[in-house]
Write a protein that binds this ligand. Structure first.
Ligand SMILES: Cc1ncc(COP(=O)(O)O)c(C=O)c1O
Ligand SMILES: [Zn+2]
Length: 410
């Protein structure tokens, strides 16, 4: 007998899909593997990260060679169109608010400023709760549901907390959000209206992570911290699938990404790997640019020093909350993407971020997040210094809407 929820999900799926899934099983997900020591981890148990080497786990798939990408046509316009390449076993566990399939648009007015016809933006502000965090939390909550977990907690710079609250609300799970106290109030109200417990901590997301670790000692919460939970990455990687599909399988020359914990950057790169293995795209890869803020630049410092991992950045502070991550847990994976892609890490000031929010708004009519604005500030510098040539196609990721930050922007 189908449960009510199963019925609801299959109606949602079929309503938007011209074809039912063609795979024998709904997912090709096979196992997890430690990104450090290479040890495999079973998908039949709840997994977090490798405690031997303190590194993230990555989901692996038995990728098919026969899956023709044209089969995606007419599917649901959300990240769930890539259903078989996502780790959920049973459709009934999909917790969705319609995340993903965000638009990519040419930035013609901004292009004029830098004398280029080739500037594009993927606008993640269209997601539920106004940021790309919806992708990761939709996946993490779906997978938690699959494992029968019903209490989840997250340290967050803001956007991930709102997303967790939303997916907890719709799935009936209990949530706890731990956020720096200096986060704009809208992020706090969002958690309250979505009925999730909110704790505020003096300091950065690292302090919030420590607070959660202490709480977990005597309370039973499942921790969905960035990259310490392996499935948020799988949600984020759908940005990479969409970039390829929306750009007709020809990737841009450069992708400019605002990097905090690095899930987006690492996820997009993982998607490119998977699609290349299935023959959906060629081996041509964009140069990946990690943009950070001057006030929190651990990835930039590691890149400038040619290091393979990232060190803790002291006294981190920036208007772009999402970039205020002093020590990304996925440091090594981030650096690998930058080196492998022939990319770069670059820092921009809060002043440049604020003026870029205005420049994008005035010219394109899009009120972007400070993190998204940082990509434009960086692109201008990279064009000025000839690292990007005007004929090269450049894709900026606006990772979130600017509407939640208004009280702190000037
Ligand atoms: C709007 C926004 N952009 C970028 C980031 C950085 O995310 P990532 O983990 O992909 O580096 C965050 C994280 O909080 C964010 O909220
Ligand atoms: Zn390991």
């Amino acid at each position: 007998m189908e449960t009510e929820n199963e019925k609801k999900m299959s109606i949602i799926y079929l309503k938007y899909s011209s074809e039912k899934l063609i795979a024998e099983s709904d997912t090709y997900f096979s196992n997890l593997r430690c990104s450090g020591c290479g040890e495999t981890f079973s998908k039949s148990e709840v997994q977090t990260y490798c405690h031997q080497c303190n590194k993230p786990l990555l989901a692996e798939y038995n990728l098919p060679l026969h899956f023709d990408k044209s089969m995606l046509k007419g599917r649901v316009e959300s990240m769930w169109r890539y259903r078989e390449f996502l780790p959920i076993e049973n459709d009934a566990n999909m917790v969705s608010l319609g995340e993903g399939w965000t638009p990519i648009s040419p930035m013609q007015q901004l292009g004029k400023i830098v004398k280029s016809d080739n500037i594009f933006m993927k606008d993640e502000g269209f997601n539920p709760t106004g940021s790309f965090k919806a992708r990761g939390l939709s996946m993490a909550i779906s997978k938690a549901k699959e494992y029968g977990i019903n209490r989840v907690a997250i340290p967050t710079a803001g956007n991930a907390g709102g997303a967790l609250a939303a997916y907890c609300a719709t799935s009936g799970m209990e949530g706890m959000v731990i956020m720096p106290e200096h986060t704009p109030d809208t992020f706090k109200w969002e958690c309250q209206f979505l009925n999730t417990q909110l704790r505020q901590v003096a300091g950065t997301i690292s302090d919030c992570g420590r607070e959660l670790a202490a709480i977990k000692e005597d309370q039973d919460w499942f921790d969905v911290s960035t990259m310490k939970e392996p499935y948020r990455l799988e949600g984020k990687k759908t940005m990479g699938y969409e970039i390829a599909e929306q750009m007709e399988w020809l990737l841009p020359d450069v992708i400019v990404y605002p990097t905090g914990g690095g899930t987006g950057l690492v996820g997009i790169w993982k998607a490119f790997d998977e699609m290349e293995q299935m023959g959906w795209i060629s081996d041509f890869r964009p140069r990946m640019v990690a943009v950070q803020a001057e006030g929190c630049r651990p990835v930039v410092d590691a890149f400038d020093a040619g290091l393979s991992d990232v060190s803790f950045y002291e006294n981190a502070n920036t208007v772009a909350n999402g970039l205020c991550v002093p020590k990304p847990f996925a440091g090594e994976l981030i650096m690998k993407v930058l080196y492998e892609s022939g990319g770069k890490a670059i820092a921009v000031s809060d002043g440049e971020i604020n003026s870029s929010v205005r420049e994008i708004g005035e010219n394109e009519g899009i009120l972007v997040s400070p993190e998204g604005a940082a990509t434009w500030a960086a692109t201008k510098q990279l064009i000025e210094t000839d690292w990007i040539h005007p004929e090269e196609q450049v894709l900026l990721l606006n990772t979130g809407s600017g509407y939640k930050y208004l009280e702190k922007m000037n």
